[in-house]
Design a binder for this molecule. Structure first.
Ligand code: ADP
Ligand code: MG
Length: 329
């Protein structure tokens, strides 16, 4: 860290190191030197990704430190999941308004809670002073040439998604409403808020899809926007059916059909996977993901052309000019 209090910052880094300790043979040198030394296993490709969370942009002010720590890692692991990669290492750049030990303690605990079951080691980072902002870079392994990409979807492929859509957007909406003590929908609200704050990266599904899917992306900016990226990268179009979109009981309990549909199509932050599969592999994919306990739903198909079209309940195409969440909209 620069421009700070060196002793306190040293303690913060030391505490982060303790809380995230994860022994791995391939970490030759972790936190504490000028750079980490890492051994990429022979016969693997390295998949790397980085994502930044800015307070007030990517999570609301007042989000618990542990939730921020979890989410900062989760959004990155979700990128590895979408590539079919297995996580190994992470770097953490933490910008803090003050050297706040309680925040760091909570943050590192939330981060470690997600890192540990995946045996992910935090191997280094940077700590600076400024408006709250977190960048995490992750590194994972994938067999050479076997990574899933956004390109590769072919006309006739089925389009599927894991889990349910729109929950995180509804969670954000729930946080923005005043909370009542006698709220009859408290459990549904808590579920949706947890979907926003504690997304579960679909890592097992991603590796299972490696041999099956023709293209894959994680849904961070909303289904329309992210499926649109698959279409663009693959040089195809997609048609999806509004009636097929998987929506959670909690979402449907709190919102009418039109709002729930809007969240499912355009809400960000769900971190489910959207992927295309040749139809002859459909049954295998559905069985594989069911075995992993991962919900999966066929929502449409890849067609000639470009862009995503959505068929409404009455069979007519919905107007979809607003394509998902855009940071600079
Ligand atoms: P340098 O000035 O050489 O970059 P730093 O004082 O920034 O060193 O960091 C010292 C060590 O602590 C390095 O190994 C660095 O990777 C690690 N480190 C610093 N901040 C973090 C952090 N937020 N999370 C994990 N490791 C960190
Ligand atoms: Mg140095």
């Amino acid at each position: 860290m620069k421009a700070g209090e060196p002793v306190l910052e040293f303690r913060l880094i030391e505490r982060i190191r303790e809380l995230t300790a994860q022994p791995r043979d391939d970490v030759r040198l972790g936190i504490g030197d000028d750079a980490a030394l890492l051994a990429v296993p022979a016969g693997k490709e390295l998949a790397v990704a980085i994502d930044t969370l800015v307070e007030g942009v990517h999570f609301p002010r007042g989000t618990a430190a542990a939730d921020i720590g979890w989410k900062a890692l989760a959004v990155n692991l979700s990128d590895l999941a979408a590539m079919g990669a297995s996580p190994a290492w992470a770097l953490l750049a933490l910008t803090l308004p003050t050297a706040d030990p309680a925040f760091v303690e909570g943050f590192a605990a939330g981060f470690a809670q997600l890192a540990q079951p995946h045996r992910l080691a935090l191997v280094g980072g940077d700590t600076t002073r400024g408006p709250l902002c977190i960048s995490v870079a992750v590194h994972g392994f994938v067999p050479p040439g076997k990574a899933l990409t956004r390109a590769g979807a072919s006309v006739g492929d089925a389009v599927l998604v894991t889990g349910t859509l729109g929950d995180a957007a509804a969670g954000l909406n729930a946080l923005q409403q005043p909370r009542r003590d006698d709220d009859p929908h408290a459990r549904a609200r808590d579920f949706l808020i947890a979907r926003l704050n504690r997304p579960l990266p679909r890592l097992a599904a991603g590796t299972a899809l490696r041999a099956q899917a023709s293209a894959c992306i994680d849904i961070s900016d909303g289904l329309l926007a992210d499926l649109g990226h698959i279409c663009h990268a693959s040089g195809v179009g997609a048609e999806i059916d509004a009636a097929l979109l998987p929506r959670s009981p909690a979402l449907l309990q709190l919102h009418d059909d039109a709002t729930a549909l809007h969240f499912a199509l355009s809400g960000g932050d769900d971190y489910e996977l959207c992927f295309s599969v040749p139809t002859h592999r459909l049954a295998d994919v559905q069985a594989d993901l069911a075995r992993l306990g991962c919900g999966v739903t066929r929502i449409g198909r890849i067609v000639e052309g470009s862009g995503v079209r959505v068929r409404g309940h009455d069979g007519a195409w919905l107007p979809t000019d607003r394509q998902g969440w855009e940071h600079f909209a």
